[in-house]
Write a protein that binds this ligand. Structure first.
Ligand SMILES: [Zn+2]
Length: 699
């Protein structure tokens, strides 16, 4: 027990040896990164830190007081020096003279750029006045689960005083902004000995005379809250367990079935990407007696519900008698009801100048006995939304264990969700890329054309699952692409496309990773060369297995997913010039490639009524980066043309009508076109990317 309790406490990570030589802004950065490194201290992007520092004014050369404070949109855990905004304290104080009162507090945000020190381009956040007006040199504002559990309890004021006495004060709920800054200042003036204050339904403010003191106070206060919960909150979590937890494999199997169906039902406005979490905190909650009533109350801390919507959708699934078919059948109505409830909330709470209603679909889907599914416009947002809901679960666990948990009043929640300043932030976001929210699976994804295709699709914002049989190349490709585009955008699965079981399991992994599928690029291949009298049955079958059967197996799996997801679909086959044009000494290869092309036409016909498009790209002689073009095939082709292997590229170039070499990137460009909405009205087509070859003209 002792170990468990010690593990629950936050460690003091301050290293004086490290901090000793630092300037004040460097110490602020150091402290911020330490605090943000633990999600129990603050959620991703939540909370902020500041220091008031004397600096030389670039205009007058005089020493002036400057507020360094986390700027808009950053995260304290990963912030760098350029993430802080800097403002003249005397100008910030002067703003009090033009403040017209609480109903005009939003206009004060417009004055903050006028207070900028040293032309710092980092925009000041809405929380800036909260830090400016606390009359202490170093201020931390955090969203610790243990403190929010107190702040979201019905008797939070009384609990705060019981745990912290006069050391930590308490302020009632107030939306962050200029007025709250003045409240904090008044609190500090009236309570000069206080070390911090709990903000109802929100979080914690703490301060100190030095960076170290502020940091240690923050850690100490949170640890006292954690310790208090350990002694007080000893009953079963969430009123006890009333539903069984399914085995891990069953949980994953159910999530794979639910995710594409949910995704299809909520992606009409924009394509969404999913995330699945079945960690212990989530399982405790989704198997508890309090699941439905607590979920209905919604989240409390504004940071939480901006990411998770005010409440989750509890999926109708009974883990004592698992019947996924029944659950799937009920999803359309459950999701429609959620949307109607959301629209009603919007209508009830909207004000004359409120922005138009946003996407009314749930972000968080709780599945009893199974886990939590989240959907958002991209993988990172879906993952972070899940992290936020776990923060909310921890808060509900604490608050409901020692008191009664209270969500934020509906109108307050609405006013934050539809805050004009928040809307302005959304309007400033760059336009989404052409494949944002789309999910693609590329077979042969670690090879030349496959990797170039994944790269092209990711450039346009797609999430990509690389499927390949070559484990080493797969790992290298995933590392390369995740370094370039971020870990959230790429996954890899080991897939032998000739194995029915491997194909099914690989697509299943893709569903669990991203929640659905929009694009299949069937590209895994090989090439062999032999005169027909020398072609063994094994060689013939190998071509047929990988090129014909392999393309069939992955397409069938994609079609099954597309039909369940009910959001159309897109298949691109990478075939070959040799599927149209006969070539000497490669009958097995050419025949299998011809089968691919005809399979694509049949599938285009079958898929059309479900908006599933199927098209073909025919490359020719893409030597660079290709695994096919290493070793035997290259030598065989060179021998067939009676030349050296090094002469092959030039040979193919000269043979082409345009006298150009064809590269993997050229093929990827055609695949991107066919996989994107630019070709929305094309299906059953063939695009040759071969620098011109009259033999393969289609007719
Ligand atoms: Zn906050």
């Amino acid at each position: 027990m002792l170990d468990k309790h010690q593990g629950a406490r936050l460690a003091n990570l301050w290293d004086e040896g490290k901090a000793a030589g630092m300037t004040e802004p460097e110490k602020l950065l150091y402290r911020s990164n330490l605090l943000g490194s633990d999600k129990r201290i603050t959620n991703y992007g939540g909370g902020n830190t500041s220091a008031k520092v004397m600096e030389k004014d670039p205009l007058t050369g005089e020493m002036v007081e400057v507020l360094w404070v986390k700027g808009s949109g950053g995260d304290v855990g990963t912030i760098k020096m350029d993430g802080f905004s800097t403002l003249y304290m005397d100008k910030l104080r002067a703003l009090k003279g033009i403040y017209r009162g609480v109903e005009f507090e939003d206009e004060m945000v417009g004055y903050l750029p006028h207070c900028t020190f040293n032309l710092n381009p980092r925009a000041a956040s809405i929380d800036t006045p909260l830090h400016a007006y606390v009359p202490k040199p170093h201020v931390d504002h955090m969203h610790p689960d243990a403190i929010i559990a107190i702040a979201a309890s019905k008797n939070s004021r009384e609990l705060t005083s019981r745990i912290f006495g006069d050391e930590i004060g308490w302020l009632p709920w107030k939306r962050p902004g200029y007025e709250l800054g003045l409240w904090l200042e008044k609190f500090c003036q009236e309570n000069p000995d206080a070390r911090g204050v709990v903000l109802e339904s929100h979080g914690l403010f703490t301060w100190g005379d030095t960076a170290k003191e502020a940091y240690e106070t923050t850690i100490e206060i949170i640890n006292r809250a954690i310790a208090w919960f350990e002694t007080e909150n000893t009953g079963p979590a969430f009123g006890g367990q009333s539903k069984p937890v399914l085995a891990a494999a069953d949980r994953a199997a159910i999530a794979k079935k639910l995710m594409p169906v949910i995704r299809g039902l909520i992606s009409a406005g924009e394509s969404k990407v999913g995330h699945f979490d079945d960690g212990q905190a989530v399982l405790d909650f989704v198997t508890s007696t309090s699941l439905e009533p607590l979920a209905a109350l919604g989240t409390s801390c504004p940071d939480h519900f901006l990411r998770t919507k005010i409440r989750p959708l509890v999926v109708d699934f009974d883990p004592t008698q698992p019947d996924v078919g029944k659950t799937l059948a009920g999803l359309p109505e459950a999701i429609a009801t959620y949307r109607a409830d959301y629209a009603a909330y919007y209508e009830r709470c909207k004000r004359a100048d409120s922005p138009a209603m946003r996407d009314p679909n749930a972000v968080v889907y709780l599945v009893p006995g199974v886990g939590m599914i989240t959907f958002a416009k991209d993988k990172a947002t879906a993952r972070i939304s899940a992290e936020f809901y776990i923060n909310a679960i921890n808060v509900m666990r604490g608050a409901s264990g020692v008191s009664t948990y209270v969500g934020l009043p509906e109108q307050e929640a609405f006013d934050i969700e539809y805050w004009l300043l928040e809307e302005a932030k959304l309007q400033r976001m760059p336009k989404p890329k052409s494949l944002a929210g789309r999910i693609a699976l590329v077979t042969g994804g670690a090879g030349g054309i496959g990797k170039a295709t994944a790269n092209r699709l990711m450039q346009e914002g797609a999430c990509v699952v690389l499927a390949d049989i070559d484990e080493t190349a797969l790992e290298a490709a995933q590392t390369e692409l995740s370094t370039r585009y971020g870990k959230d955008f790429v996954r890899s699965v080991n897939m032998n496309v000739t194995s029915e079981a491997a194909v099914e399991s690989g697509f299943g992994d893709a569903l669990l990773a991203f929640g659905g599928l929009d694009i299949l690029v069937s590209n895994a291949g090989l090439a062999t060369s032999a005169a027909v009298e020398d072609t063994t049955l094994a060689l013939w079958n190998k071509n047929m297995d990988i090129l014909a059967t392999g393309y069939f197996l992955v397409s069938r799996e994609a079609f099954r997913i597309f039909r369940n997801q009910k959001a159309g679909g897109n298949v691109v086959f990478v075939a070959s010039k040799n599927g149209l044009a006969a070539s000497p000494g490669a009958s097995a290869y050419c025949t299998a490639k011809a089968a691919e092309i005809h399979l694509a036409r049949c599938l285009a016909l079958e898929g059309a009524s479900a908006q599933i498009r199927v098209n073909v790209v025919n490359p020719d002689a893409v030597l660079r980066g290709s695994k096919i073009w290493t070793g035997e095939w290259k030598e065989q082709r060179a021998a067939a043309y009676k030349m050296d292997v090094d002469e092959l590229e030039a040979h193919y170039r000269e043979r082409s009508m345009l006298k150009l070499s064809v590269f993997p990137e050229d093929i990827a460009e055609a695949i991107y076109f066919l996989a994107s909405d630019m070709s929305a009205k094309s299906t059953g087509n063939i695009v040759n990317v071969d620098a011109g070859n009259a033999q393969s003209f289609t007719r």
